[in-house]
Design a protein around this ligand. Structure first.
Ligand SMILES: Nc1ncnc2c1ncn2[C@@H]1O[C@H](COP(=O)(O)OP(=O)(O)OP(=O)(O)O)[C@@H](O)[C@H]1O
Ligand SMILES: [Mg+2]
Length: 234
């Protein structure tokens, strides 16, 4: 569904991603593991056309997207839960969800999609008029996922959604990601929580210093020395 081939990016003189090739298969949960500063967020931003690759190609459903603008890429069916969630603090839950909508939707359509998100997250429904800033970290995470789902993406990118959440909420979030995947959405999950991630992922990649240094099925990654030493020491 998504295919990166030889993608390199640069911030000024510094090469950040070095010939990254990876693919996300339709219907699956793929993951990207890697330490702080490895380039994970840069990779997400590159897929979304926020950062432009200096080399390589990115294809979504066979179509090159690396020349497209971000809104065009999103309209093709890619949704994102950005790093840090980025909910709009002064807006209510309903207003935040509206920000996940496209301009051309009719109000009835918007309403239908919002109700669908509320079915998935009853907790958000109870709080629909509450400002995002006053919500708990876990609720804000749900809101960020809900906002990304408003456009019913075929592919959902999540950039460290579990960061800063208490263990129980992390558990719930991962279960939610699984539910979303089972309902037909392909998932590309960026995480540092390797243990949990490899429990729900089908396959994945390990990024270090801007390079893919490992890849395989979740079982292969969990068994690899590289992943075990770097992430699964406990
Ligand atoms: N706009 C920018 N200009 C210059 N350097 C940048 C910019 N954005 C990121 N970087 C640098 O690129 C490197 C990779 O950053 P990135 O945010 O992609 O890492 P990451 O893997 O997402 O890390 P984390 O796990 O901490 O979120 C870092 O060294 C960072 O300082
Ligand atoms: Mg990051």
């Amino acid at each position: 569904m998504l295919e990166l081939s030889g993608v390199s990016t640069r911030y000024g003189a510094i090469t950040m991603l070095r010939s990254v090739s990876l693919e996300v298969e339709a219907g699956r949960v793929a993951c990207l593991l890697g330490p702080n500063g490895a380039g994970k967020t840069t990779l997400i931003r590159t897929i979304l056309g926020i950062v432009r690759p200096v080399a390589g190609s990115i294809r979504f459903e066979g179509r090159p997207i690396h020349q497209l603008r971000t809104h065009q890429i999103v309209e093709l069916g890619i949704g994102v839960v950005p790093e840090g969630r980025r909910v709009f603090p002064k807006m209510t839950v309903e207003e935040n969800l509206r920000m996940g909508a496209f301009v051309e939707w009719a109000p009835a359509d918007l309403e239908r999609r919002r109700e669908h998100v509320f079915e998935l997250f009853p907790r958000l429904a109870e709080r629909r008029r509450q400002r995002a800033a006053t919500m708990s970290g876990g609720e804000q995470a749900m809101l960020a996922v809900g906002r990304a789902l408003m456009s019913r993406p075929k592919l959902l990118l999540l950039d460290e959604p579990s960061l800063g959440l208490a263990p129980l909420l992390v558990e719930q979030l991962f279960t939610m990601v699984q539910t979303i995947n089972r309902s037909g959405t392909t998932v590309f999950l960026v995480e540092q929580n390797a243990r949990k991630t490899l429990e729900i992922a089908d396959h994945g990649f390990l990024l270090q210093k801007g390079e893919v240094v490992g890849r395989g099925t979740a079982a292969e990654l969990a068994a690899s020395d590289l992943v075990r030493h770097a992430y699964l020491r406990t």
